[in-house]
Write a protein that binds this ligand. Structure first.
Ligand SMILES: C[S@@+](CC[C@H](N)C(=O)[O-])C[C@H]1O[C@@H](n2cnc3c(N)ncnc32)[C@H](O)[C@@H]1O
Ligand code: SF4
Length: 393
């Protein structure tokens, strides 16, 4: 018993000195704005790329965040469509990060790409820069659905880009897929899923199409020009999708994320485990363990602020211990590993237990209660957000 306590306190001490952390870089450029996408991205602004690179390098150089207690283990270049940037631009960003931070412990370095917008030579350049994970925005293999989603790539380009990624040396590849798209049949979705599985990627993100306010799709639905699939169907597809992926060796480790053993996205796990991360680029959000902050959601304002010597940060909020605990609960429930009970402060345990009892009464048979974790079973995952709200303090 004594030995166990000693091991525990050593782990805690190490943890409190060096917390696992990540870096997020947001590249806002896209060739076309997709009708469903609410991420900050803009089309037809490629001419601003050189100024943007200078600005983001300056943002990195002037960042005053104290990261001396962080163990930087992941970098994620997301967007937008980062693969629109040639290798030398990505290199400028990486060099700026290297000058500023200790990147020797980076174990996962991802870049997002769109099929047809990531030529072989560029992928080779990315790989030689140390990027070791590629996330491909496939969404669908069905030409009509790609057209509906206003994607500009073809089905063939999905296979070609994947082949190029493998020959460029990438051994860790993710496919982003979307299902529950208006007009999509289960047969088409199942076919796409099986075709994607046949390529043996390391990771699959399968998202149900979300209707985001402020998108073109939202307007179509509001005007009655498009109908979204009914909730019952979405729930049934969700369970069947999880079943197919699991039986093919890709169990879910988060509601929409599936991986072969050991290939879970370490960067996203930082977000869901409420670990810290730096963030650079327009609209990028960061977290230092106590506060969250976000940059302006405008390329022009972002560049202007930095060029005139000002910070691009447009919002910052300190989280109370209660806020942080609620985040642990909300994000924890979305993961297979569940809520880590050891992270709930003692002063909230009573209230948490009371909430747990009422959730068990209201939602029958959705929770898995273990000694050190609370998680949701497959059926419960469908209602993760609602159960999370009921469980929060
Ligand atoms: C913002 S994109 C960036 C990467 C790349 N530009 C692309 O399109 O794949 C990241 C992923 O978010 C997902 N996504 C974006 N909007 C979505 C929505 N409304 N519903 C479901 N998934 C969405 C897509 O699967 C997409 O691949
Ligand atoms: S889904 Fe990807 S390609 Fe489409 S607008 Fe959003 S970021 Fe750009």
């Amino acid at each position: 018993m004594k030995r166990l306590t000693a091991v525990y306190s050593k782990a805690c001490t190490l943890n409190s000195f060096m917390e696992s952390a990540g870096i997020y870089i947001h590249i806002p450029f896209c060739s076309v704005k997709c009708i469903y996408c609410d991420f900050y991205s803009i089309a037809d602004r490629e001419n601003s790329i050189p100024r943007f690179i200078n600005a983001i390098v300056k943002e990195i150089e002037t960042c005053s965040m104290d990261v001396s207690n962080w163990k930087l283990e992941t970098i994620f270049i997301g967007g937008g469509t980062p693969s629109l940037l040639i290798g030398s631009y990505i290199e400028s960003i990486i060099k700026a990060l290297e000058r500023k931070y200790d990147l020797t412990m980076i174990k996962e370095f991802t870049i997002e790409t769109n099929p047809g917008e990531a030529p072989l030579e560029r992928l080779k350049d990315y790989h030689s820069l140390g990027i070791n994970r590629l996330s491909m925005g496939v969404q669908s293999l069905e030409p009509n659905l790609l057209k509906f989603l206003t994607r500009i790539h073809s089905t063939d380009q999905v296979f070609k880009t994947y082949e190029n990624a493998r020959s460029a040396g990438f051994e860790n590849i993710n496919f982003d897929l979307i299902y529950s798209i208006p007009g999509q049949s289960w047969e088409i979705w199942e076919r796409d899923l099986l075709l994607m599985l046949g390529l043996k990627p390391e990771h699959i993100s399968a998202y149900t199409l979300t209707l985001e306010k402020g998108t073109e799709l939202y307007q179509y639905v509001k005007k009655g020009q498009v109908s979204m699939p009914k909730e019952d169907q979405a729930n049934e597809w969700f369970l069947n999708t999880h079943g197919i992926l699991k039986s093919n060796g890709y169990p879910a480790y988060e509601i929409s994320n599936f991986a072969r053993k050991g290939m879970e996205c370490q960067h996203n796990l930082h977000y869901w485990r409420i670990q810290p991360y730096l963030a650079f680029g327009p609209s990028a959000h960061g977290f230092d363990g106590n506060s969250r902050w976000g940059n302006v959601r405008s390329l022009d304002r972002y560049i202007n602020q930095i060029e005139s010597g000002n910070s691009p940060i447009s919002m910052k909020e300190s989280l109370t211990q209660k806020n942080l605990t609620n985040e642990l609960i909300g994000f924890g429930l979305r993961m297979n590993e569940g809520i880590n009970l050891a992270q709930i402060p003692e002063k909230y345990l009573n209230q948490f237990n009371t909430n747990l009892e009422s959730v068990q009464e209201k939602w029958s048979n959705v929770l898995i209660l273990l000694e050190s974790t609370v998680s949701l079973n497959k059926k419960g995952m469908i209602y993760a957000d609602a159960v999370g709200v009921d469980l929060m303090l």
